[in-house]
Write a protein that binds this ligand. Structure first.
Ligand code: NAD
Length: 497
């Protein structure tokens, strides 16, 4: 049985004063590890290690920080297979998918390598007679990151490389369901030359999170997870006077117009709805069929969904893995009964799927539910599994109205051959990330990631320039070097000439 411990001050720290969590192999259902939970005093130890490291790290020259990030990038590339295997073993996603996740996280490290350029301020000469102005951005101090189970490498990497590059120190509280990747990422950062205490990892549950949110030395909090927790974290951290961004859940709509290529749209829908068993915050869970496309589109998706191969992460022929825990699998599967009771049509039911190598794994095959209406729970709730609901509407205006009424606003996509429809969708869709003939429009690291409405509490998205802004605070400096005779002092508010 694997023992997963914390990473504090540049070394592994064992201790479970806050209890322990079980880590599963979702493909077999077996318990494979035990993760130590931190309590308040252990969180305090991690935050104080980070606070102490901040004093010197915040003054380390930008070029030196960039050099460490370049070395880290190289180490993550060299250990990509190992990191992907850790993710796959505890999360259950396919190894190829896990590699993609690490790669997308690596993009943020690469973006952060440009920190000397990203932190350049502005400078204006002679804003008034003999007076110059310039601006700078300074780090905040200790930043806490709290992350979900579904991307145990990528989501932490949305946060800590940029926060650290900006001169902050970091305490990460990863998901207790798949905690190993974060500790390995911390070890590799240390190997790359990051000073002790700059990046720390503590494991735990809501109690551990609470200790971070209320710790007086934590200056800012980045959270990614479900909407109810995001909302409560945003409120608690805000009450404690911290800068906070809290990304929440999603119900991502993919609108298919009558002029779309249906084969292309069906392929995209299957990949976006069932990839990673639907456990992606950008997964498509609501397919909006416009005009007369529904019958043909549903048939095309059903055919593909029925032929998808479900299997363990390391099976090269598998296309979809298990769900993360037995409890989550039960919850997701229960929506098929709910859908049928509410009058929807269950076209593909994945509950019968069996995998010979893992009879006790948390399997659920692809599920497709047609004739879903906005009042049904299968549409309203974030299910977070391989369940795709089809909602039929008359026209693009109805599709946009549907999106506007949905409380979530993470991603939204349109499939169409019409530039006019695409442009209208881009401008009017109420979501933070839009895809045009792209079902999962996750922005590259030099753009920012984030949703609208109940998918993000706070003002600022993650990574990209928004990330730099979140992890720094602005200062404006006004400079004057008097020489020669000075005018008589005036008590009037100075004018600008
Ligand atoms: P979750 O909200 O249950 O947990 C997220 C983190 O919060 C974990 O570290 C967990 O330990 C902690 N936590 C759980 N309950 C808490 C509580 N009551 N108080 C304080 N902390 C608590 O989310 P999850 O199930 O791990 O992840 C799936 C969710 O994350 C989905 O809703 C998904 O849409 C969302 N997600 C969103 C994005 C995004 O970018 N918007 C990205 C990935 C995942």
């Amino acid at each position: 049985m694997k023992q997963i411990s914390h990473w504090i001050g540049g070394r592994r720290v064992q201790g479970a004063p806050g209890g322990r969590g079980e880590v599963f192999d979702p493909a077999t259902g077996a318990v494979t590890g035990s993760v130590d939970f931190a309590d308040g005093p252990l969180v305090d130890q991690a935050v104080l290690a980070a606070a102490e490291a901040f004093t010197s790290w915040s003054t380390v020259p930008l070029i030196r920080r960039a050099t460490i990030l370049f070395a880290y990038r190289q180490l993550v590339v060299e250990h990509l297979d190992e990191l992907a295997a850790l993710v796959a073993a505890e999360h259950g996603k396919l190894v190829a998918d896990a590699k993609g996740e690490v790669q997308r996280g690596l993009e943020v490290v690469e973006f952060a390598c440009g920190i000397p350029h990203l932190l350049k301020g502005e400078h204006s000469v002679q804003v008034s007679t003999g007076i110059d102005s310039h601006s700078l951005r300074q780090p905040l101090g200790v930043v806490a990151g709290i992350t979900p189970f579904n991307f145990p490498a990528m989501v932490p990497m949305w946060m800590f490389p940029l926060a650290v590059a900006c001169g902050n120190t970091f305490v990460l509280k990863p998901s207790e369901k798949d905690p190993s990747a974060s500790v390995r990422l911390a070890e590799l950062f240390s190997e790359a030359g990051l000073p002790d205490g700059v990046f720390n990892v503590v494991h735990g549950d809501a109690t551990t999170v609470h200790a971070l949110l209320t710790h007086p030395r934590v200056a800012a909090v980045s959270f990614v997870g479900s909407t109810p927790v995001a909302k409560s974290v945003h409120e608690a951290a805000g009450r404690a006077g911290k800068r906070v961004q809290a990304l929440g859940g999603a119900k991502n709509h993919m609108v298919v117009m009558p002029d779309a290529d249906l084969e292309v749209a069906a392929d995209a829908a299957v990949s976006a709805a069932y990839g990673s068993a639907g456990e992606r915050c950008m997964a498509v869970s609501a397919l909006v069929a416009v005009g007369g496309v529904a019958d043909d589109l549903v048939a095309a998706i059903a055919k593909r969904a029925q032929s998808l191969r479900v299997g363990p992460a390391d099976d090269p022929d598998a296309e979809m893995g298990p769900l993360v825990t037995a409890e989550h699998r039960r919850r997701v599967a229960s929506y098929l009964d709910v859908a049928a009771e509410e009058g929807a049509e269950v076209v593909v039911d994945g509950r019968g799927v069996q995998v010979a190598d893992g009879p006790d794994g948390f399997w659920l095959g692809p599920c497709l539910v047609d004739r879903v209406t906005p009042s049904m729970r299968v549409y309203r709730d974030e299910i977070f599994g391989p369940v795709l609901s089809v909602v039929r509407v008359e026209n693009l205006s109805d599709a946009l109205e549907l999106l506007a009424r949905n409380p979530y606003g993470n991603g939204a996509a349109i499939f169409t051959g019409s530039g006019a429809a695409a442009r209208r969708f881009e401008l009017e869709a109420t979501a933070g990330m839009i895809g045009v003939n792209v079902a999962i429009p996750v922005p590259v690291a030099f753009y920012s990631f984030g949703g609208w409405k109940d998918s993000l509490f706070g003002d600022v998205h993650v990574h990209g320039l928004e990330g730099v802004r979140f992890y720094t605070r602005a200062k404006a400096v006004t400079t004057r070097w008097p020489s020669g005779p000075e005018p008589a002092p005036s008590l009037s508010f100075p004018s600008t000439d």
